[in-house]
Design a protein around this ligand. Structure first.
Ligand code: WAQ
Ligand code: MG
Length: 267
């Protein structure tokens, strides 16, 4: 029997030369038309005004996507940027990342230069990505139709069924499948989106509300990594297709104490 075909579909849109929105997924051939229509519609009806330029890529994958489960999701109900950053520090240092590295990442996210991709940092805070201005973009990831329905249902019960959360969870799930990655810190660059997250394999995807004040137009991502071939990691992040086909538990609020207790770890 012929190998099943999969397509990576990616969209990015801009208005007046400024980036507006992006979306991507991995799909069966029979839904390409629907998805292209859907992505185009999203770009044309964006909150910040419709796009005047839309780039679409539809590419047949030469490799069968690796099927993986999502990271489990929860929220630590942090009240302000200070407590959110403190929680991020505790969670990330508990898996062996140094305080210095987390501070470096927080400082870099604060300076106001938004990168297109993520920083790669070793556990001491030394930057390892070859292009320090652009960072590394994770692409070629998606969710199977069945898993997408499950994810919508699970997030819906928490009032979190939106593209921002779903896309971030899919990205973090792909990234953390790779053993060299120990943790991630993410703050949105959208001025009105103030919830960030940290992720580790031990704790899952941990949402941190109010990590930044409303109106702050910068954000970013850092992946904390440990010994291994950085080139191979970058190749995986950018090119290896990964499909989420199973959704792990999505829970509401948990306390930091509960989350950090070794026996409640969610790996
Ligand atoms: N690969 C690597 N880095 C990326 C990518 C990507 N595909 N997309 C964005 N980034 C980097 C880039 O530096 C951005 O400035 C930064 O991440 C933030 O991107 O559960 O929307 O798209 O409620 O603004 C978190 C959701 C949302 C929390 C994060 O990020 C929740 C978000 P944004
Ligand atoms: Mg985004």
């Amino acid at each position: 029997m012929a190998r099943r075909k999969y397509y990576s579909i990616r969209m990015r849109s801009s208005k007046g030369g400024v980036h507006l929105s992006g979306a991507e997924g991995i799909y069966d051939p029979d839904v390409i038309g629907t998805i292209v229509k859907n992505y185009t519609g999203r770009a044309l009806l964006h909150d910040r005004g419709g796009a005047d330029e839309i780039h679409l890529a539809v590419e047949e994958l030469t490799e069968t996507p690796r099927k993986i489960p999502s990271l489990p999701l929860c929220t630590v109900n942090t009240r302000n940027p200070e407590s959110a950053k403190k929680a991020a520090m505790k969670i990330l240092t508990s898996v062996g990342i140094t305080e210095r590295a987390v501070e470096e990442a927080l400082n870099a996210l604060d300076v106001g230069i938004s990168m297109r991709g993520a920083m790669l940092m070793d556990i001491e805070g030394v930057r390892l990505e070859p292009d320090l201005l652009r960072g590394v973009r994770v692409t070629r990831m998606g969710t199977s139709e069945k898993a997408a329905q499950q994810l919508s249902a699970k997030l819906g019960r928490l009032g979190l069924n939106n593209d921002t959360v779903k896309e971030a969870l899919v990205l973090a799930s792909k990234v953390h499948r790779y053993r060299m990655v120990l943790g991630e810190l993410c703050i949105s660059d959208d001025p009105s989106y103030t919830t960030g997250y940290v992720a580790t394999r031990a704790h899952g995807y941990v949402r941190l509300p109010r990590i930044k004040k409303k109106g702050v137009p910068c954000g970013g991502r850092a992946f904390f990594i440990t010994g291994g071939e950085v080139k191979e990691l970058i190749k995986y992040l950018q090119r290896t297709p990964v499909l989420i086909d199973e959704i792990r538990p999505c829970s509401g609020s948990v306390t930091l104490k509960e989350l950090l207790k070794p026996r409640t770890r969610r790996s």
